[in-house]
Design a protein around this ligand. Structure first.
Ligand SMILES: [Zn+2]
Length: 266
């Protein structure tokens, strides 16, 4: 067996391991940022939908108040006309028009009351939420119970947190960029070399690493595959000690003697 081929692959695994350990310095920050971004979007949507309701109420209220003013003006002019009415028929016709406008006013007032009541209800629900917050009963608070000011504070806090985490991640990325860059170049060169020397091994390596698995090539540890701890048959030990490799029957990883990793480091 040509042992230099496996040495080339161990070297590649060694380089990929180095990149992996640098990336792990990011300590799950990208995932944390994603989760915070989701919370931020959710809080934003809540605030926006409350703003929309408040805007709609305001517009409707203004329109109803306008209607009421118009109706009152009409009534005033109808009453003036009534004083000039030449006969009962004219007078009664104006009375009917006044009656109609009065009904319009009454309807508008009912709608205004509805708005006031629904706003009052929303405030009462938020008051309940405020009380639950004061008692630390957070899991009993529903979306609509969240007081407006608490929601806005929450949005500000989330924005700050996201910004902080992004800065933290960014500084790690900047600090490690040079190392990662130079390792990536080495990986590429190593891959090119193996591509011509041992394409099938490289394919095997890539296939193993196509999922979440990072360590395709692993050390023999206490006569077992260190990837999955399955024992390696005794009759394969000699070959591994001599610098060959063994494909783990259980996990499919490429098992080599740890000496090969030491050699790859130098
Ligand atoms: Zn294994």
């Amino acid at each position: 067996m040509d042992h230099t081929k496996i040495n080339l692959l161990v070297k590649l695994q060694h380089l990929d391991n180095q990149i992996e350990s640098i990336v792990s310095l990011q300590k799950g920050l990208p995932e944390e940022i994603n989760a915070l971004d989701e919370d931020l979007a959710f809080t934003n949507r809540q605030i926006e939908s409350r703003k929309k309701i408040a805007d709609d109420h305001l517009k409707l209220r203004l329109r109803l108040q306008e209607t009421i003013t118009e109706c009152k003006n009409k009534i005033k002019s109808f009453k003036e006309k009534q004083t000039l009415a030449r006969n009962n028929k004219e007078y009664d016709a104006l009375s009917k028009q006044i009656e109609y406008e009065e009904k319009e006013i009454a309807q508008a007032e009912i709608q205004l009351q509805d708005i006031a009541q629904s706003e009052q209800r929303a405030q009462e629900i938020q008051q309940k939420g405020r009380q639950l917050i004061a008692e630390n009963r957070y899991d009993e608070i529903s979306e609509e119970m969240m007081p407006d000011d608490v929601l806005i504070q929450q949005l500000e806090d989330l924005k700050k947190q996201v910004e902080q985490k992004k800065e933290e991640l960014n500084s790690i990325v900047i600090e490690t960029a040079e190392d990662v860059n130079s390792l990536e170049k080495k990986v590429l060169a190593q891959r090119n070399l193996i591509e011509t020397e041992a394409k099938r091994l490289l394919d095997k390596y890539d296939h193993l690493r196509s999922g979440t698995l990072q360590n395709a090539v692993v050390r023999l540890n206490r006569n077992a595959c260190s990837g999955c701890n399955t024992r390696v048959p005794t009759n394969r030990h000699t070959m591994i000690v001599q610098g060959g490799f063994y494909l783990c029957e259980s996990c499919g990883r490429i098992v080599v003697h740890e000496r090969l990793f030491e050699e790859a480091e130098n």
